[in-house]
Design a protein around this ligand. Structure first.
Ligand code: HEC
Length: 126
């Protein structure tokens, strides 16, 4: 009986540990759902260009989470603010001096943005 109880306690611990791990991974999983719904029409997860560039390596090209957050939350405002990182993106897309970005996103919560960034990092093996 004692053995059975300690077994149950150990199992309980394992369950708690597992669910904590799942909660951390859930960000990227939730981000994948955001990606599928809000980004995939314009972006490939590899190197292929669709309407926008392929996003493989996007979190290496943009290491700054604050920039990524700003860009994904409000591309046009970020475009207008013309920070060096944004100017580099414009140059890579041959759009230096253009007044408008072609990226349009709507209806993302702050959590959606954070989750989709977590997903892009996972896509880059981080
Ligand atoms: C309507 C098409 C469209 C949608 C939808 C879209 N994007 Fe974009 N995205 C673009 C374009 C186009 C660019 C390049 C800038 C430009 O040409 O205006 C871009 C650029 C980017 C970049 C920089 C890529 C690089 O390699 O430097 C990231 C990161 C990005 N988008 C993430 C996202 C995420 C995440 C979503 C979904 C929440 C999303 N985009 C939705 C069109 C889109």
């Amino acid at each position: 009986m004692k053995k059975l109880i300690s077994g149950a306690v150990a199992l309980g611990f394992a369950a708690v540990t597992l669910s904590a791990g799942a909660a951390m991974a859930a960000d990227a999983a939730a981000g994948q759902a955001v990606f599928d719904k809000k980004c995939a029409t314009c972006h490939d997860l590899g190197d292929k260009k669709k309407m926008g560039p392929g996003l493989k390596g996007a979190t290496d090209r943009h290491k700054d989470d604050a920039w990524l957050t700003s860009w994904i939350s409000d591309p046009q405002a970020t475009w207008d603010a013309a920070a060096p990182e944004t100017e580099a993106l414009k140059a890579s897309q041959n759009k230096t001096g253009k007044p408008k970005t072609a990226m349009k996103v709507k209806g993302l919560s702050a959590d959606d943005v954070a989750n989709v960034i977590a997903f892009l990092k996972k896509n880059d093996g981080k």
